[in-house]
Write a protein that binds this ligand. Structure first.
Ligand code: ATP
Ligand code: MG
Length: 425
């Protein structure tokens, strides 16, 4: 049997996906909108590798988190070094900040980065194994203004993209001074609720009790409904910090809800934690999440540096926008229909010259009838068609047809490019 008939077509990896023309237009629009806004707010792009030493994520995200426990793509490379495809960007940005001694020059830095992340989760709508994040971080600012600026910027980005059906949820997770008191109060409830909690929560309740508040299992949610609020346990500094964040956001007109259940999955968060939630994606309600991580840079061996950041789920954001307004591909500015090889050769040379001049040209390279080419121009939604016939060309003219009005105009070959650039720009 021949090999080809017996082979199945190769499919992409489960949980991975292609982003196709028709979708990439929206992705580019989101990216352009985010970059221009972030740059206006003084953020600079940083590009970090998609792979790091496993230890970086284990140490920063924390051993007792879903990501490190069961979601990372970790493997030994050919020499046995343990490597991991990045599940998020913050750890790598901290590593870069420390490694390049950025604090020595100026500890205050604002970064953004956009790119793929990898987590081996159960694929479903809004949840993939390779997904993209738009990430922004502020290093070196302890004052609540950094928190406010990030949340304000996030809200502004969503407004510019006409994503209004979302709510910002905000909480404070306290700091090493006040969190232990809350954990002790929570421990009491957790030991009583143990029989009702899922196995993950029972395992975590000693090592990372806050995580139980974050668990999505209905039984755990129910058991934790009467849990104490961390906001009642904040120390004076954390309370003042949180009050400035919420008061200023109100003054700036940013709508938000205080959500005492919000803890977020990662170990490194302190003080402000926030999430942008939406009803548009079923169970996948978080379209962006972030928070302050004042201890992380130091715990990774860098200078003591307060910091805060957020990550937007790019795929989820694109899905919300696409559901409201399907995007269409950009039609060519001009379709060139050439008849015969001599005309085609000439038309091709014009098409590249027009491309250089910023005019999007489409043409058929094969020998097709005028009727077939006009059909194609229609399918592509071209506004104008340049018809290049062999005898007309010999006489020094071509025909420009306006597809909407169906009017045609004969134009001389001499000075054609200038004429078209003027007519089409
Ligand atoms: P979730 O609760 O949905 O698992 P998370 O808390 O794990 O989210 P973060 O680590 O805070 O997510 O990442 C920030 C954002 O990245 C999320 O709010 C979400 O929009 C997006 N995100 C996270 N995991 C995925 C995934 N597997 N597929 C698509 N987007 C994701
Ligand atoms: Mg998750």
């Amino acid at each position: 049997m021949s090999q080809t008939t017996n082979q199945k077509n190769i499919q992409l990896i489960r949980g991975f996906k292609d982003i196709l023309p028709g979708e990439t237009e929206l992705w580019q629009k989101i990216e352009r909108t985010a970059i221009s806004l972030f740059e206006d707010f003084g953020f600079r792009e940083i590009r970090i590798p998609i792979m790091e030493k496993t230890e970086l994520f284990a140490r920063s995200i924390g051993e007792d988190t879903d990501i490190v426990e069961k979601e990372m793509y970790t493997f030994a490379d050919r020499r046995g070094d343990m490597l991991t495809l990045r599940p998020e960007a913050t750890a790598s940005i901290c590593r870069a900040y420390i490694q390049h001694k950025m604090a020595a020059q100026d500890p205050v830095r604002k970064f953004y980065t956009i790119g793929p992340m990898f987590r081996r989760e159960r694929p479903q709508k809004g949840r993939y194994r390779q997904f993209y994040q738009i990430d922004a971080e502020i290093f070196g600012v302890a004052a609540p203004y950094a928190d406010i600026e990030l949340i304000f910027m996030l809200r502004t980005l969503f407004d510019r993209l006409d994503v209004t059906d979302t709510t910002a949820h905000i909480n404070s997770l306290g700091c090493p001074a006040c969190r232990p008191r809350f954990k002790a109060a929570l421990a009491q409830l957790l030991s009583e609720a143990a029989p009702k909690l899922c196995s993950d929560c029972n395992r975590r309740k000693e090592r990372n009790p806050l995580r139980v508040l974050d668990c999505k299992v209905p039984g755990c949610r129910e058991a934790m409904a009467g849990a104490p609020s961390i906001l009642d346990y904040l120390c004076a500094d954390c309370r003042a910090h949180f009050a400035t964040v919420t008061d200023t956001l109100s003054r700036l007109g940013v709508p938000f809800e205080i959500d005492k259940q919000l803890v977020r999955g990662l170990d490194y968060y302190t003080r402000t934690a926030f999430e942008i939630q939406t009803g548009a994606l079923g169970a996948q309600s978080a379209v962006a999440g972030g928070g302050r991580y004042d201890g992380l840079v130091e715990s990774l061996g860098g200078p003591a540096t307060p910091a805060i950041g957020f990550a937007i789920g790019f795929d989820r954001l694109a899905e919300i926008i696409a559901a409201g307004a399907p995007v269409t591909t950009r039609p060519p500015d001009l379709f060139i229909a050439a008849l015969g090889e001599t005309a085609r050769q000439q038309a091709f040379e014009w098409s590249v010259a027009l491309g250089v001049a910023g005019i999007g040209v489409s043409m058929v390279y094969a020998d097709k009838s005028l009727k077939a080419q006009m059909k194609q121009a229609n399918r592509q939604n071209a506004g104008r068609v340049l018809i290049v016939g062999e005898s007309e060309l010999a006489a020094g003219t071509v025909v420009l047809r306006d597809m909407a009005s169906k009017s045609q105009q004969e134009i001389p070959v001499k000075g054609l490019i200038d004429h078209l650039v003027k007519a089409l720009c």
